[in-house]
Ligand binder design. Structure first.
Ligand SMILES: Nc1ncnc2c1ncn2[C@@H]1O[C@H](COP(=O)(O)OP(=O)(O)OP(=O)(O)O)[C@@H](O)[C@H]1O
Ligand SMILES: [Mg+2]
Length: 263
């Protein structure tokens, strides 16, 4: 397996060459009981980088994302964000959560709050922003993801694609340093996938640091600097999308790609 230093496009691409490490995952292991779900995971995400995580079901992709956000604890190894180790709890942990946006497969909006309230809640409660300012900001973000006209509705009145775009706007409202997106389009009807992917491609182009669990190869090819292929809790390959999709090295990756290409 290549190290991040040798395989990432940032070593050759000027756009991200100057990116400093934002997330450093160093020799991380995690078990759920007897199950070894993260095995000696080491990788670095640089500022402005877009990393796509791909791999079979149960390979540990969500657990890795959740560990980076400390929604899961780890058994050993370290994870640092912007130079600081992940806080255990308390105020520092709340700050970390605010700095690391997370978008899930199931949109996780607050069902009893309007779209606008969903987006203003974090900035008001966590960042201490004035309501008026939070609303102005939220409207700009809803505009950006193309759902400003839905601001007064409840989440259940929106399509899945619209809800997911609200979820992205909600994470952006916190000005996160990094956004983790865990299969953001896999619960969507096919005709709604592109509207969410387009928003993600736009974020990537603007330089947002993103870790995206997705099997959408079009997105990976268009927007990713690097693909991490996971199997059985380990990073088996780490390569540019071009290298990974055209010339996967391991049998695991070849087998996986043949399945997602021919399903
Ligand atoms: N809270 C938990 N308790 C026990 N086992 C868990 C828990 N969460 C995940 N696992 C197990 O850990 C392994 C990795 O799960 P994870 O959700 O990270 O995989 P994944 O790669 O995201 O899979 P998928 O593509 O299906 O989302 C799986 O075997 C899963 O069953
Ligand atoms: Mg998962």
């Amino acid at each position: 397996m290549d190290t991040p230093e040798t395989s990432s496009r940032r070593t050759t691409g000027p756009a991200v060459e100057s990116g400093r490490p934002l997330v450093v995952v160093d020799h991380v292991d995690k078990h759920f009981g007897q199950l070894h779900v993260l095995r000696d995971i080491t990788t670095v995400v640089h500022r402005g980088e877009v990393v796509v995580v791909i791999g079979p079901s149960g390979s540990g992709k969500s657990t890795l994302c959740r560990a980076i956000n400390r929604l899961e604890t780890i058994d050993s190894g370290t994870i640092t964000i912007d130079g600081s180790p992940l806080p255990e709890e308390g105020k520092d942990l709340a700050r970390l959560r605010a700095d690391v946006g997370m978008v899930f497969q199931s949109f996780n909006l607050f069902a009893h709050k309007t779209v606008l309230e969903n987006v203003t809640l974090g900035p008001i409660r966590v960042r201490g922003m004035a309501k008026r300012d939070a609303e102005d900001k939220a409207m700009r973000l809803l505009e950006r993801v193309g759902v400003a006209d839905q601001a007064g509705k409840m989440p259940s009145q929106l399509s899945g694609g619209q809800q997911q775009r609200v979820a992205i706007a909600r994470s952006l409202a916190m000005d996160p340093k990094l956004i983790l997106l865990d299969e953001p389009t896999s619960a969507l009807d096919p005709e709604m996938i592109n509207e969410v992917l387009d928003v993600m491609v736009g974020l990537a182009a603007e330089g947002m640091t993103m870790v995206v669990v997705t099997h959408e190869m079009g997105f990976a090819r268009k927007a990713a600097d690097r693909v991490l292929f996971m199997a059985d809790g380990a990073i088996v390959e780490e390569a540019t999308p071009e290298e990974f999709f055209t010339n996967p090295r391991s049998d695991r990756a070849k087998d996986f790609l043949s399945k997602i290409l021919h399903h």
